[in-house]
Design a protein around this ligand. Sequence first.
Ligand code: NAP
Length: 284
Amino acid sequence: MRCKLAVIGSPIKHTLSPFIHKNALLRLGIECDYEVHEVKKDNVFEFVKYAKNSGICGFNITMPLKCDIIKYLDEIDPSAELCGAVNTVAVKSGRLKGYNTDGEGYKKSVEEKGFCFDNKNIVFIGAGGAALSVSVCAAKAGAKQITVINRSLERAKELCGFIKEKTGLSAVAAGFDEKNLNKSAQTADLLINATPLGMSSVSEDFEDLSFLNNLKKDAFVSDFIYNPFKTKLLSYAENRGLKTVNGLGMLIYQGVIADGIYLEKDLDFKALKDFVENEYKKLR
Ligand code: NAP
């Protein structure tokens, strides 16, 4: 069997999508042609026309097109409706259906480390697209409380309003300062860095991580970042004996869940994710 897939976004040069999908499909015995298309906001329609006529069975969407694609879809899955963003499009008989696998991907990555959203207090540092997908997924999955700490308080409030509208949970917005970090850490079951702070290509990092000292002994600390594999935030938490989860599991899970959608098959996501993760580690 052969399958043709693609990813679109801009910038797209350093995407790991071809690596993830080719390896996952290889593991399933399926050969995959995976195209990488640099597509800017103005060229989405052009790509959509191409996708409908080129034998592509699905494509992944990354920054900054996750919302722009919506107007070209024939159908939208509740996973994408919930967060107002699409990262996966299945193409069937010229029709496009959009999904979002980011939240579910993250959920699986923490579940395999022993964390379940239900009845938990979750603190997000950051209020961008990634925080949005995961926070609504967490709220839907039964989170008891969500706090969004963000540099721009306005954006934190917007995300909290969105969570309330989509899920009914009243989330708490707070500014990104020492006092709020210290206070929120005290009751968090899971604290997530959803900012680029600590990413290898970014010069900025957390100036002071001592707020992590306030976390409960059984709390989890997570970073959406996967490069570096272990950010300073995760190292600090690990040294305190806290459980940590980086962003690699989220990245790979969102991809293999998308493969299940393209192939219209129930796949063993864990086995596929483990396979791709091992291949990735060999590269490092
Ligand atoms: P985004 O939409 O651009 O949002 C970035 C967020 O980080 C905003 O809340 C922004 O605050 C905050 N921020 C940026 N620079 C900051 C700084 N110097 N100090 C404090 N806050 C800062 O980005 P995103 O798509 O949500 O991505 C967020 C992170 O998740 C990135 O590191 C990205 O690589 C990672 N990510 C990982 C995966 C995965 O699969 N593992 C998937 C998606 C994203 P303001 O609102 O104040 O600007």
